[in-house]
Write a protein that binds this ligand. Structure first.
Ligand code: SF4
Length: 887
């Protein structure tokens, strides 16, 4: 059996074909017919089949930690919410939902909150992802419209990435652009990012600007375009308003001044401005580096201003393009999942829109003011103003800024309900009621990707245990609360209502209109092909590109220039906190790792949370490559492994956002992140928190590899996860056990088991090595040292694949290093084929001097292609060495 569905990770929205064998095994491959990916999947998408087991799943409702029936759990939720509303009013309850929800789930929870409970206290983790783009779009276009499509990215002659590491965060789309560039010798790529990211590999120009100076750069570009008469006067005159004010704001801003403020050379700025000015087909792509800022909305509008001045919008190969992080951030926007939106892209503040939605829903009430946005919502929980909160498919204790405060808020809340597919997360631990939800592969509905393309997520697995669809759970609670209008026959029924509302009293006034799909019967919904909205009677096959007629959704149908006054960061650095913390993603993990953290393959690329320092900052802080650093801000602290690289901007530290208490102790970066938000969008500033860094020096460090799952420590820095055929624990401590041997045996879970010990002890140096062998096979090993100088994990993990340890391997275990070339493959670079750094550099030294040549010899880079930027980097670093050896 094979089923076409959609990847549940990033906003690229790749099509997936899932195949289920007669024995129940599942395999996945890219859907060759899906217009987002044409058959390709990145490392995360390729590993989807490895993440669908039921390990760790929440399979039954739980109340106060004990199993409960669905009837009891739903009654407790409905009665609890009804009681709080009765006693304290509708604004005393809140819903915190997720871009992981399907559009149908999103639609019904938004309807319940705004139209029946009567509160707009519903917000989504998409607030952390693209809320600034939503406001920027609305200010400029009068609607939250992404103008272009993926084909525009292939047709452009200049691609400008701003605050976007698309090579890691939107890999398949990035590879589409690189492939188009290869065919188009005129195409150039510019990356604007303080950090030299993987996206810089293959770029023609990198602007390593000062963190947060994007508005200055784009204001400078606007001034340059105006000064050089690069203005589409007809478009600006007939289709826009406000140009004079926007230009007045940037008057006199020279290249020199722009360069000085942005921390760039004049030459670099001039070159970028010149390319932008001379290239008609320009797409400016932006992502979290723009959105996650206290100036996020202004950054978006500073970019859009440049496209409006040049009329580069609504035509092939050009336009501003917001890359959404989440798989259904766009679907959430369509149903009004944010606290300041109404359904179908209508406005909460507009009485006319409230009236339309209320009449359509036959709703008893309608929220008439914006609700609490994500950060404010948890502040209100902490203050006791919100007394009941329902969190769906998201992990705010990990992902929200000032995350320890979020945890404390939930601990103090009267009623915390969490619907999730996983039993144990940093957030589910604080739930009074846990409701088991369906996961990817089991649930059914639609999602919308970054180019407005609606695709079906289809189920191909049975509902496990007692898990239910989110939309069904929400409707069951709504009905128990006495609300009519939630008796849907099925998920297709929800979609039809959502589509119908989009066209209700619309007549072209609103951008989001999929009314042509309101009449789909169940089988047509089941068979729905990916389609870009709007989908109307006039455009029944969808709409690739918006604003082609130069008409926008403002009252006068004209786009608006917004004058931008650059503002400094809300929390500047100080003598104590002199470094700027910038958070982001890594290539092979997704969000809080609840799914991608299940697979050893994806953990093999980067196992530990890390902090990336510029060499000079590392020197000043006294931290060393591979050592540990204690990072502290005014809000919290964490510990991370140190990476020292000249690719980091001086004064900045990068830390990924994924690790949490399921995978690491002291590894939650959002505990540090300041809760400052953009005043217009409410999106938190995740890219600019002042921090300090100090060496973290426990008395000892160790790692353990074991066939048995290793118990997680209760405190200190540790990292836990799967690794090849074993489990891996990185652990540190300040207390030394009486017997390291007994400690090692206990860690491996081998007390009372007959094993052969291979042991090496050097108490003076504080080094101990233990390996347990059973029936000739390596059962586990423990390596302890006074610091981070421990042997290669990749080599030892490889030994677990061997059925019988060779004499050489036993000697190696004692010596703590592999004997013989090629034994240690090094840190994994290509996770698809498990190819390590040492293997790749050896191949480059032998003469493979291109990604293709490495692919032919090692297969690295030949599946998802996500490691190609790292292969290029290794070639650049190793090739000169090869030449030196040759000469
Ligand atoms: Fe999934 Fe990767 Fe495609 Fe994103 S790029 S949708 S993570 S396969």
């Amino acid at each position: 059996m094979s089923v076409k569905t959609t990847c549940p990770y990033c906003g690229v929205g790749c099509g997936v074909v899932a195949r289920k064998g007669a024995d129940g095994t599942v395999s996945v491959e890219g859907d060759k017919e899906h217009p987002a990916n044409f058959g390709r999947l990145c490392s995360k998408g390729s590993a989807l089949a490895e993440t669908i087991d039921l390990d760790g799943r929440l399979l039954e409702p739980m109340v106060n930690g004990a199993p409960a029936t669905w009837d009891d759990a739903l009654d407790i939720v409905a009665d609890g919410f009804a009681k709080v509303i009765r006693e304290h009013g509708p604004d005393a309850v809140a819903f915190y939902v997720s871009g992981q929800l399907l559009t149908e789930d999103y639609y019904v929870v938004n309807k319940l909150s705004k139209g029946f409970v009567g509160t707009a206290n519903i917000d989504t983790n998409s607030r952390l992802c693209m809320a600034s783009s939503v406001v920027g779009h609305k200010r400029a276009f009068g609607s939250d419209t992404v103008p272009g499509c993926y084909e525009d990215l292939e047709q452009a002659d200049l691609l400008v990435f701003v605050g976007s590491n698309a090579a890691w965060c939107h890999p398949i789309l990035h590879q589409r652009m690189l492939a188009a560039k290869e065919k188009n010798p005129n195409c150039k790529i510019v990356v604007i990012d303080p950090r030299r990211t993987a996206t810089c590999e293959g770029a023609d120009l990198h602007l390593s600007l000062r963190a947060g100076s994007d508005t200055v750069l784009f204001n400078g570009l606007l001034a340059y375009l105006a000064g050089n008469n690069v203005i589409d006067r007809e478009f600006v005159g007939s289709s826009t308003t406000g140009v004079a004010d926007a230009l007045a704001e940037v008057a006199g801003q020279t290249v020199a001044r722009t360069a000085a403020i942005c921390g760039l050379t004049e030459g670099t700025v001039s070159l970028f401005f010149d390319w932008f000015a001379k290239t008609e087909r320009v797409v400016t792509l932006y992502s979290q580096g723009v959105n996650q800022s206290t100036s996020g909305v202004d950054k978006v509008n500073s970019i859009i201003n440049c496209h409006l001045l040049t009329g580069r919008i609504g035509r092939p190969g050009m336009g501003p393009f917001s890359l959404t992080g989440q798989p259904n951030a766009m679907g959430g926007r369509e149903v009004g999942g944010l606290a300041n939106q109404l359904a179908a892209h209508m406005e909460l503040e507009k009485a006319e829109h409230r009236d339309i939605v209320q009449r359509f829903w036959r709703a008893p009430v309608m929220a008439d003011k914006g609700g609490l946005k994500a950060v404010d919502m948890f502040d209100a929980v902490a203050a006791g103003k919100v007394k009941a909160i329902w969190i769906m498919s998201t992990n705010p204790v990990v992902s929200l800024p000032d995350a320890d405060r979020v945890r404390a808020a939930l601990e103090a809340c009267e009623l915390v309900v969490v619907s999730d597919c996983m039993r144990s997360t940093d957030t589910t631990r604080h739930a009074h009621v846990l409701l088991p939800a369906l996961a990817w592969g089991e649930k059914d509905g639609t999602v919308t990707n970054s180019e407005r393309r609606i695709s079906r997520q289809r189920s191909f697995l049975p509902a496990p245990g007692e898990a239910r669809a989110d939309w069904r759970i929400i409707c069951d609670v709504a009905s128990r609360m006495g609300y009519a209008g939630f008796d849907y026959a099925g998920v297709a029924d929800v979609f039809r209502e959502h589509a119908d509302l989009s066209g209700f009293e619309n007549a072209g006034k609103r951008d989001f209109d999929i009314s042509a799909m309101a009449g789909l019967d169940d089988s047509a919904y089941e068979a729905m092909a990916p389609v870009q909205w709007p989908v109307t009677a006039a455009q029944p096959l969808g709409t690739a590109r918006m604003f082609q007629t130069n008409e926008f959704f403002t009252p006068d149908r004209k786009a608006r220039f917004i004058p931008i006054v650059p503002r400094p960061a809300r929390n500047p650095t100080s003598r104590e906190y002199r470094l700027v913390l910038n958070t982001g993603r890594v290539r092979d993990q997704w969000h809080t790792m609840t799914r991608t953290g299940k697979t050893a393959r994806l953990l093999s690329h980067i196992f530990e949370p890390y902090a990336e320092f510029h060499p000079e900052d590392a020197r000043l802080a006294g931290v060393k490559q591979d050592g540990l650093a204690l990072l502290t801000s005014a809000w919290g602290k964490m510990v991370a492994r140190v990476v020292v690289t000249a690719e980091q901007k001086r004064g900045c530290v990068f830390v990924p956002m994924h690790w949490n208490e399921e995978f690491a102790g002291e590894g939650r970066v959002n505990a540090l992140v300041n809760p400052a938000v953009d005043p217009l969008s409410g999106q938190p500033e995740s890219k600019h928190t002042p921090i300090k860094a100090d060496p973290y020096k426990p008395k000892w460090q160790a790692f353990i590899l074991s066939r048995n799952e290793i118990k997680r420590p209760d405190s200190g820095y540790w990292v836990h996860g799967k690794a090849g055929d074993c489990w891996r624990l990185e652990v540190t401590g300040n207390e030394r056990p009486e017997s390291w041997r007994d400690w090692a045996r206990a860690q491996l879970g081998l007390d009372g088991v007959e094993i052969e010990w291979i042991a090496y002890r050097d108490p003076t140096a504080g080094r101990f090595r233990y390996a347990a062998v059973r029936d000739g096979r390596l059962e586990g090993c423990v390596f302890i040292a006074p610091n981070h100088t421990l042997p290669s994990r990749a080599w030892l993990i490889g030994l677990f694949a061997e059925q019988e340890l060779s004499a050489n391997a036993r000697m190696s275990l004692l010596a703590g290093k592999p004997f013989g070339d090629g034994e240690d493959k090094g840190a994994i670079v290509c996770s698809c084929f498990s190819i390590g750094r040492n293997q790749i550099t050896a191949e480059i030294k032998k003469g493979s001097d291109s990604v293709e040549a490495i692919g032919r010899c090692l297969k690295a880079g030949t599946n998802c292609g996500g490691c190609k930027p790292e292969l290029n980097k290794l070639i650049a670093a190793t090739a000169p060495m090869r030449q030196a050896i040759a000469s």
